[in-house]
Design a protein around this ligand. Sequence first.
Ligand code: HEC
Length: 181
Amino acid sequence: MKALLPLMVFVLAACDQMREDPAKRTYDTSSFFDDGKVARNPPAGTLTRDSTDELTSRDAAGQLLSTLPMPIDRALLDRGHERYQIFCAVCHGDDGYGDGIVPQRGFPSPPSFHTDRLRGAPVGYFHEVITQGYGVMFSYASRVPSRDRWAIAAYIRALQLSQHTPLSSLDEETRNALPDG
Ligand code: HEC
């Protein structure tokens, strides 16, 4: 037993040293930085991963929204047009027929937006597809903020109308202004 005593003292001393580990906890103080804090502030403009601006595609009952969660005006549609040209037209084509440059080079062809199924889909569906991706199409959630996703969804609705507006739904003045044929 006597022989073991120095060894035990040594082991206990080693434990003591470990307790003085220089690692700091988030809210400790530190003389290393001028402000005396361990925690650093995130750089200006940092967004949280659980996206503070997220506007969901569905209502509280889980139904896809059939109207935009914001007022629709010319500025929103212009923004949607611009973002669509940047992020979607390469595959879906300028007019939404699914004939963009990427599928022309071999990527699977996206469906046309001008089908009864997609004309009938609630506008929230487009926000949801952009957010989550769909089949071989990847999610754009990290590249297109939620408000812009809605702007794109509104623009797709406008594209659909541009290709499928019954003459009878136009007023006479607009109808007369159309070119013949
Ligand atoms: C790299 C090419 C590519 C890009 C860019 C792209 N898509 Fe797609 N998208 C596809 C393909 C391919 C499909 C069909 C996927 C499948 O069926 O597996 C598709 C499907 C869809 C669908 C149809 C879902 C359905 O029910 O049939 C919608 C809506 C859609 N995309 C919207 C968008 C929007 C909006 C953007 C821009 C933010 C976008 N896509 C960008 C390739 C793309």
